[in-house]
Design a protein around this ligand. Structure first.
Ligand code: GLN
Ligand code: ZN
Length: 754
């Protein structure tokens, strides 16, 4: 008889109750007790739902008031010295100080959780790090669950991943040295849980899906024998990739079971089926925990036939924690019935796991109605004309290599562009957005709610554009932008206008802390029914004689920040989006827009977890960008923009994108990022950001001159542009104008000394 469990449940609440409680607490409108109350209510609700779904084991320990990795940091008492923690219990103040910083102590760093859009708080390690159980939260939650008769399985990040995912804060210090100390703390933690009557612990070791050096693999060998001695059976959970290469290691470890992700890495199922000992639990992550599609249960059952004979030692689960999907499809009122029939959110995914288990245990007939529904959804997804668009397919089939090539090489294009644009040395520009004032936001929101009519909305947006253009002219910028007043989000704005995209009402997913995002759903072939930005850019261009830069979001970013189709490769979806954008680029050109920026801030975060897979990804990602950009004449200048801090290892691909100009974020690294561009002999124009837009600080002219001088030492002056690090939508006009005035002055100073 197979069993069912779950690796983790979204904690934000179906109505984002946690977010609102956190924010009220931070504003002082809610007491700590009230916040804890909301948290307990959410946990109880989520446990109850999971029990109702029929799970044999329900996760406890997956809840967090900010982040589950930070919870562990608090539990282990691994509080960085700057927060003044001197032992005892890590209280809420210290917990949130670590997450959000205080006046005297900056927050701990936050980074992306593997290739998801969730961000965790990065543990800090030094030679002085000590680990001592310093929080009751987990033990309280276990007792809370027990009081509610929840079959609790405690879920924690495993020790090796905890160390790996943290950072050494001391030059030359190898954090692996802390392993013995850390293991002692884990051992007492497990002992304590054992004392509470906990019957299973799931230790997540997702780093097993990464490329790991020998010392890190050896750490597993060192860790798990000790942990297994504490009396609780351990389920080691992997996810986000294939771990079958570690099968000999995993088998040697005294584990009661392993969890594998067979959605991301289906091929490992046969390997584990053949080689994982029959007397240990094999937990099969069969339902996609990273995406919103309904499972094709028939196909899943076929997949499971290989392991169906494992009886009680077969556990079924979602592929990973459900943290990465929205809570409940039932909360969606506006999606049409057909589209809704193709989807499953967290609660529905648990029902799928339960149905699969019932089918295995009692025969398919006990779930025949569920299977019939699933069959029907799968059939309609395979054939629906809303998904499959013959015109898109024909266009893709007709593509040739030349479609992803500009007419002439950069050196030639540059001459024609300069003849048209007539720009000074060190041309100045901005990244696209200007301050989204309260007026702009309210007008957009009122229009969305139907309280402002189209004419009123157009008038409001046009006046925002007029203002932005007038200010840029007055400041003396060389290449202007319209300011993006009409966009609330750089992906949603385009998704709403493209076929093949849909939007949920409540499909929120936690990004970090109280921040939630509602990614669009790409469900079908993407095409562009009509021009999306041309009217705005054309209007903006009528207001000035200077070049107006058109502004688009690139294909990889459109893909990366959405829930994507699972019925075709990502590469193909990217190419479809690229073609839709290509039409927009050509229409902008035809409307007289001679500079067009295609933002790709997400290109790096799309990199696969393992190096061996990078080339294939970069190949299609670069091709998609080039497809979107290559329909124009030589005279039209294509810009791209990326804001992230590591380029070194992917520079050849960035160069291969062949944008005429790339603007990047560099001010916070003091231009050091440019060294890589220089070393690589990056061939086209570069605009290294000369000031940080994340803060309202107004940098002095000298500061920016100094940065530009630094840039000029490594990049030929004639290829340098002058711009901020990123868009200015989160800034106010006051600091924006002051900073840009200084920036223009800095550019002028450089021209004089050229
Ligand atoms: N054009 C966008 C803006 O200026 C770019 C945003 C981004 O890079 N994330 O807001
Ligand atoms: Zn940016």
């Amino acid at each position: 008889m197979s069993k069912t469990h779950n690796l983790g449940f979204p904690r934000i609440g179906r109505e984002r109750q946690l977010k609102f409680a956190q924010e009220q607490f931070w504003r002082g409108e809610l007491s700590a007790a009230q916040l804890q109350d909301t948290a307990a209510t959410l946990r109880a609700q989520h446990w109850q739902w999971q029990r109702e779904a029929g799970l044999d084991w329900v996760p406890v320990g997956d809840f967090a008031l900010y982040d589950q990795v930070l919870n562990l940091t608090a539990l282990l008492g691994n509080v960085p010295a700057r927060y003044g923690f001197s032992g005892g219990e890590v209280g809420l103040d210290t917990y949130f100080a670590m997450a959000r910083g205080t006046a005297s102590a900056p927050a701990m760093e936050m980074t992306k959780w593997f290739d998801t859009n969730y961000h965790y708080i990065v543990p800090e390690f030094t030679a002085d790090s000590r680990f001592e159980l310093s929080s009751h939260a987990l033990f309280d939650e276990v007792q809370e669950a027990q009081a509610q008769s929840i079959p609790a399985k405690v879920v924690l990040l495993g020790p090796v991943s905890y160390l790996f995912l943290g950072k050494s804060k001391q030059a030359g210090f190898d954090r692996l040295n802390l392993l013995p100390r850390l293991l002692k703390a884990y051992a007492s933690l497990l002992l304590r849980l054992h004392g509470l009557g906990v019957q299973w612990v799931q230790l997540d070791e997702p780093i097993l899906a990464l490329d790991l050096d020998e010392p890190w693999l050896a750490a597993f060998q060192q860790a798990y024998p000790l942990l297994a001695e504490q009396g609780i059976p351990i389920l080691l959970a992997s996810y986000f990739g294939d771990v079958s290469r570690h099968l000999p290691l995993l088998t040697r470890l005294p584990l009661a079971g392993v969890h594998i992700d067979v959605v991301r890495a289906p091929e490992q199922l046969s390997v584990f089926a053949a080689q994982w000992p029959q007397d240990r639990v094999l937990s099969v992550g069969i339902v996609d925990g990273r995406n919103v599609w309904r499972a094709d249960l028939r196909q899943k059952l076929a997949q499971l036939s290989e392991v169906a004979d494992r009886g009680e030692q077969l556990w079924l689960a979602p592929s990973c924690s459900l943290l990465h999907v929205p809570v409940d499809l039932a909360a969606e009122q506006k999606l049409d019935a057909e589209l809704k029939s193709w989807l499953a959110f967290a609660r529905q995914k648990l029902d799928e796991v339960a149905a699969l288990s019932h089918a295995l245990n009692q025969g398919e007939s006990v779930v025949s109605a569920i299977l019939a529904d699933s069959d029907q959804a799968a059939a309609s997804r395979r054939s629906s004309t809303r998904i499959h668009n013959a015109a898109v397919a024909a266009r893709l089939a007709a593509l040739t290599a030349a479609d992803a090539e500009r007419d002439a090489p950069f050196a030639v294009r540059q001459v024609s562009q300069q003849a048209h644009l007539n720009l000074p040395a060190f041309p100045t520009t901005t990244i696209g957005s200007f301050p989204q004032t309260q007026d702009i936001r309210s007008a957009r929101a009122a229009f969305k709610r139907g309280e402002l009519d189209e004419a009123g909305y157009l008038a409001a947006m046009k006046s925002a554009i007029r203002l932005a253009v007038a200010k840029q002219e007055e400041l003396g910028l060389d290449v202007l932008v319209h300011g993006e007043a009409e966009r609330n989000d750089m992906v949603e704005y385009f998704g709403e206008q493209l076929s093949g995209y849909a939007f949920s009402q409540n499909g929120w997913v936690q990004s970090y802390g109280s921040r939630c995002v509602k990614p669009p759903l790409i469900f079908g072939d993407v095409s562009r029914p009509q021009a999306m930005t041309v009217a705005w850019s054309r209007f903006a261009q009528t207001l000035t004689a200077r070049p107006m830069k058109g502004m688009l979001t690139g294909p990889v970013t459109m893909l990366q920040w959405s829930f994507v189709r699972d019925d075709q490769p990502r590469a193909l979806t990217a190419r479809q989006i690229a073609l839709a954008l290509r039409d927009e680029v050509c229409d902008l050109e035809a409307a007289g827009i001679r500079v067009i920026q295609i933002d790709e801030p997400a290109i790096r975060e799309g990199l696969p977890l393992r190096r061996a897979d990078w080339d294939a990804y970069l190949q299609w990602a670069v091709e998609a960008f080039r497809l979107s950009a290559s329909g124009v004449q030589n005279e039209t200048q294509i810009h791209t923009h990326m804001c992230y801090s590591e380029f070194n290892d992917i520079l050849p691909s960035i160069a291969a994108m062949d944008a005429d100009v790339i603007t990047i974020e560099t001010s916070r690294s003091d231009m050091e990022l440019l060294d890589a561009f220089a070393a690589f002999n990056y061939p086209n124009d570069i605009g290294p950001g000369v000031y940080d837009i994340h803060s309202p600080r107004i940098p002095a002219v000298d500061e920016m001159v100094r940065l530009l001088e630094k840039a000029r030492q490594v990049i030929p002056a004639e290829r340098l542009w002058v711009n901020p690090d990123c868009g200015l939508k989160t800034r106010g006009w006051h600091e924006t104008e002051a900073a840009l005035r200084h920036m223009v002055q800095a550019a002028r100073q450089l021209r004089e000394t050229a």
